[in-house]
Design a binder for this molecule. Structure first.
Ligand SMILES: [Zn+2]
Length: 630
């Protein structure tokens, strides 16, 4: 018993020793005059935040302990501590916010520990064995498994015929939200399988690979030092001969790798050779075997969606393609997008340059979160931060193969009274603007059918072949409206699209008679009865003037105020599409299509729409239009 007690005392002593030797790291802002002074600074400090430093503004952000700060002082640097003991700051914020909001979150400051990440992957593969499999891609320096999951229709095998889309996170051990975002995305995907057709198509036709923790040793080290979150270790845990630790895994890839730092203490130390680290070697081997057409490597923080190159200021040959895809994503989340070089400065040996340089994969590096979120955001921020990236992750997975989007329907009256509404007894043509949003060629069959004998459609399917990012207007489907058709109820046309061995359906609503005009002015927004999220409504503009339109919507408003001045009003310009360039209809009106937000939060709600138009340089504000969502 006495021996046991002695052991316990000894153990406490050892734990205290470890705690006492743990460096306390502050968030420090150093005044810097020029590049020469920066180079001098780099001799004293190991962890420079290139992202939030600004040489033009004359400061550099570093994460530094007391010993480093003492050296800076002795060397005559001017600096100030912005946040003392950054790890404690993160952990205390997490504890406080968890208590205040009773957020149900995971144990490490709201984030999953390495063990909890593994449990999540195991649970997903056990609960959804038909679409999820868990496997190890290799071992870390300290012999831990690097786990991956495949989400696909035959998850236990790699099917080369299905395009691969790749997601990885936690190259950098302290960037907690990066791994969490992939686990939330995996949970989101499987919970929509066999429920919504789009996600079902996605999972059936892709090899979706997710590697939520590339750097298990560094991540576990952070938990050991800071079990409540806030650990600031970045690199892996390789031990160097000078007793320092770690290689920056996101500088250890071979594309334009260069030995530019001989200091293994540096937070960006690139290692002794490309792929010197078992973690990056494991990624390299899996990439060679299951090469993605698109990929995302997740980091934090900065609210950025970056693409290659990082090693060079020159644009890649695919710069336009990167730009157009990134623009669609940042329209959903307001992130900044550009090359890694332009946003971050030179980064050699990073994973996105390797994915793209070696395999031509369209590779993005995502930096989740705002400056204030830091490396360990408040757990109450996790859902909101995930929402900033989820649409982009989903789109990248879709675009990684062929992906058909119906941009708009085009209706043309063939036989009838000449007005632009559907009336009983008329014959109409329906053509579809379809775009292949994906990076692989689309070869699809499309058919249109009706759910009622009152609408008869020539149901011959048509074939379309579209190169990547190409769009077309299909040959028309003709449909006849019965003479005795009831004009009160909406009719549904069912558009079936078959490609990659899978059929998905979209639905178009046909309402007879003129639409209910809810606002009438020089410009009107016409709404065909009730609308569903994601539907198109038409905006009619009198005259043939050169018009540009911006549309805002809001949940709350008073009619006295214009929407752009109302807090919470959402700008929708990114979703405005001309029905047909320069097209005027039979009444001399310009037709525009406005796609309503797809958010399910809008179900059952009333929103207000307002168009801001520009007629040959003269601004015009339409009346507010109330729209009731189904
Ligand atoms: Zn990072």
């Amino acid at each position: 018993m006495i021996i046991l007690r002695w052991l316990a005392v000894l153990l406490i002593f050892v734990i205290e020793m470890v705690a006492a030797t743990l460096p306390i790291i502050d968030f420090v802002k150093v005044q810097i005059q020029d590049r020469a002074e920066l180079n001098r600074l780099l001799q004293f400090v190991s962890d420079v935040d290139a992202h939030y430093s600004d040489l033009l503004q004359g400061f550099v952000i570093i994460y530094a302990d007391d010993a480093e700060q003492a050296m800076l002082k002795a060397a005559g640097f001017n600096f100030q501590v912005v946040i003392e003991n950054l790890s404690d700051y993160y952990a205390q914020r997490a504890a406080r916010d968890r208590q205040a909001r009773q957020a149900i979150t995971h144990s490490m400051g709201g984030f999953r520990t390495l063990a909890e990440i593994e449990q999540t992957l195991e649970r997903l593969s056990q609960t959804f064995p038909n679409i999820v499999s868990k496997f190890s891609i290799g071992k870390s320096y300290e012999d831990r498994d690097i786990w991956a999951i495949r989400i696909s229709d035959h998850p236990n095998v790699y099917e080369p015929s299905e395009p691969t889309v790749w997601f990885d996170a936690l190259h950098h051990a302290r960037e907690a939200m990066s791994g969490e975002s992939l686990l939330l995305f995996a949970e989101w995907l499987v919970s929509h399988y066999a429920i919504d057709l789009t996600t079902t198509r996605l999972i059936n036709s892709r090899n979706i690979l997710l590697i939520p923790c590339v750097n298990p040793d560094g991540y576990e080290y952070n938990r050991q030092q800071h079990p409540n979150g806030g650990g600031l270790w970045r690199k892996n845990r390789r031990k160097h001969s000078n007793n320092s630790y770690g290689v920056d895994l996101n500088r250890n890839y071979s594309w334009e790798w260069k030995y530019d730092s001989h200091d293994p203490n540096s937070g960006n130390y690139q290692g002794t050779a490309p792929f010197s680290e078992p973690e990056t070697a494991a990624i390299r081997d899996l990439l060679a075997q299951q090469t993605p057409s698109m990929s995302i490597s997740v980091h934090t923080h900065g609210n950025e969606w970056m693409y290659p190159w990082g090693y060079s200021a020159l644009p890649t040959p695919d710069d336009d393609i990167f730009r157009s895809y990134a623009a669609k994503i940042v329209a959903t989340n307001g992130y900044t997008t550009d090359t890694a070089w332009n946003l971050y400065g030179i980064t050699r040996g990073a994973s996105d340059d390797y994915h793209y340089g070696m395999y031509n994969s369209l590779a993005f590096t995502v930096e989740i979160g705002h400056f204030d979120d830091g490396f360990w955001p408040s757990p109450t921020r996790i859902p909101a931060l995930f929402n900033t990236v989820q649409p982009g992750y989903n789109k990248i997975a879709q675009w990684a193969g062929a992906w058909a989007e119906i941009l708009a329907p085009l209706w043309t009256e063939q036989q009838g009274n000449g007005d632009e509404w559907f009336d009983a007894g008329e014959i109409w043509n329906l053509s579809l603007f379809i775009k292949n949003e994906g990076v692989l060629p689309l070869d699809a069959w499309i058919s249109v059918s009706s759910h009622t004998p009152d609408i008869m459609i020539d149901d011959k399917p048509i074939n379309i072949s579209l190169a990547p990012r190409q769009e077309t207007l299909t040959v028309p489907f003709q449909f006849h409206l019965a003479d005795m058709i009831d004009d009160e109820i909406p009719y549904i046309l069912d558009i079936a699209i078959n490609y990659e061995g899978f059929t998905s359906n979209e639905f178009l609503k046909v309402l007879l008679g003129p639409p209910q005009i809810l606002a009438d002015n020089l410009a009107t927004i016409a709404v065909l009865g009730q609308v569903a999220p994601g539907n198109f409504v038409r905006i009619f503009v009198d005259g043939t003037a050169q018009v540009t339109a911006e549309v805002f919507w809001s949940l709350e408003t008073t009619t006295a105020q214009d929407l752009p001045n109302i807090e919470g009003a959402v700008y929708l310009a990114g979703n405005i599409q001309p029905l047909l360039k320069g097209m005027t209809d039979i009444n001399g009106q310009l037709n525009w299509l406005l796609q309503l937000p797809k958010s399910t939060e809008l179900s059952g709600k009333t929103v207000y729409l307002q168009a801001l138009l520009d007629f040959d340089g003269k601004p015009f504000v339409s009346k507010l239009t109330k729209v009731q969502f189904e």
